[in-house]
Design a protein around this ligand. Structure first.
Ligand SMILES: [Zn+2]
Length: 295
């Protein structure tokens, strides 16, 4: 099966010669490349998941990466199935980049990732027999988020679920501190009706509403309001699950979790795998009502 008939220069399939080919837009070289789907999955897996993870967590991530690759087209480069920019599609590491990243562990990690890909070859996550919109993130902070609270459209398989056991993940907790003056400058620029003053932040700033996962849905900023997602972007916070405190001349955000919080939590998947769950249990936990099937 060839998903796209568009012509693109091919590359050798290395260990994944047979099967479906896809078009990957390589943002480094600025060109579309035709390659075996399973080779792409291995390279996305190398970039998106810590190779030290349990094999079942890596198999869950491989299935998610494959689903993303065949589900549609890249929004930025529609001549391709996916691109290699993680802000658009999925991150990507070719063989040379994998060697640099892993150093002496390369043979071990490479073999482990290949096993995760081969063990799940051809499998995708589907809802109503169609590939799902795959979203995942690093650390949920204990519970994932309903998709419509982060993006616009509700989807039946992207519902908030509990995600225990993540506390040992690095970056589970984070902190961003900025001066009161900088905070006021950023907020008043983004929200001209806010009218914040450095000396009055304690009375002007308040968190009014949180989601079931503790992410901020509504914060009062003087005469303006904002959700946690907006504040996360403005101040580079790891998560929209945060507290705001005023300490001397500083504004301190303490965060829990890392990423948007929708879909599979990679740290939660790792915790489930270490607790004995297999990749099917992991995927059906984080994606409500889905089936794992051949594409
Ligand atoms: Zn893309």
């Amino acid at each position: 099966m060839i998903l796209f008939l568009a012509m693109a220069p091919g590359i050798a399939g290395e260990r994944f010669e047979a099967g479906t080919f896809i078009i990957v837009y390589d943002t480094k070289s600025g060109a579309p490349v035709s390659m075996p789907l399973e080779l792409y999955v291995e390279r996305a897996l190398a970039a998106e998941a810590p190779a030290s993870y349990h094999l079942e967590a890596l198999k869950a991530q491989a299935t998610a990466a494959r689903t993303r690759a065949i589900a549609g087209r890249c929004a930025r480069y529609p001549q391709a199935n996916v691109c290699t920019d993680y802000t658009c599609c999925q991150a990507y590491l070719d063989d040379a980049a994998q060697r640099v990243k892993w150093g002496l562990s390369y043979p071990l990690f490479r073999a482990k990732l290949e096993r995760a890909v081969v063990d799940t070859a051809g499998l995708i996550i589907a809802y109503d027999d169609k590939p799902i919109l795959v979203l995942y993130h690093a650390i949920s902070g204990g519970r994932t988020e309903d998709v419509e609270l982060v993006y616009s459209e509700p989807l039946p398989y992207l519902r908030g679920v509990d995600s225990p056991g993540e506390e040992s993940a690095s970056k589970y907790k984070g902190r961003v501190s900025i001066s009161r003056d900088e905070f006021v400058k950023v907020i008043n620029k983004a929200f001209p009706s806010a009218g914040l003053a450095s000396a009055s932040l304690e009375s002007q700033v308040d968190i009014l509403k949180r989601s079931a996962s503790n992410r901020v849905l509504d914060a009062r900023l003087g005469g303006a309001n904002a959700d946690g997602r907006k504040l996360r972007g403005l101040f580079g916070l790891n998560s929209a699950n945060f507290t705001i405190a005023f300490s001397g001349g500083e504004v301190v955000f303490d965060t829990i979790g890392h990423g948007h919080g929708v879909g599979m939590s990679q740290a939660g998947a790792e915790a489930m795998a270490r607790g004995g769950a297999d990749y099917l249990q992991i995927l059906t936990h984080y994606y409500t009502g889905v089936a794992i099937m051949d594409y």
